[in-house]
Design a protein around this ligand. Structure first.
Ligand code: CU
Length: 112
């Protein structure tokens, strides 16, 4: 019975390879929020492509990532990390802000 284990391991390897390819296919970007300051303030993403935005609150104050245009919001406690997956965007410039620091926490996602 040597054939069966070999077939199984080949199938497993193919599944793992497919999973890795899928994960790599999702472009990923990072936004840091620190006591009312966003970094970067402009995130350029590919248009018409699903993408992932990692959110990292490195500050000592809570923040809420919010975009009215993109209908996203996420509260992050100090030190917390999270992410949002965005549906494909038409080319354009989309505003986001920190709802807990709306005067200083400002940024845009630019799809091109
Ligand atoms: Cu909100």
């Amino acid at each position: 019975m040597q054939i069966r284990p070999r077939l199984l391991s080949t199938a497993t390897a193919l599944l793992l390879a497919a999973g890795a390819a899928h994960a790599q296919a999702l472009p990923t970007f990072r936004l840091e929020m620190n006591n009312g300051i966003f970094n970067p303030t402009e995130i350029v993403v590919p248009a018409n492509t699903r993408f992932k935005l990692e959110l990292h609150n490195t500050g000592t104050q809570a923040e809420e990532f919010e975009s009215l245009e993109l209908k996203k919001e996420k509260v992050l406690a100090p030190g917390a990390s999270s992410f949002q997956v965005f549906a494909p965007l038409k080319p354009g410039r989309y505003r986001f802000f920190g709802e807990f620091h709306p005067d200083t926490a400002q940024g845009h996602i630019v799809a091109r």
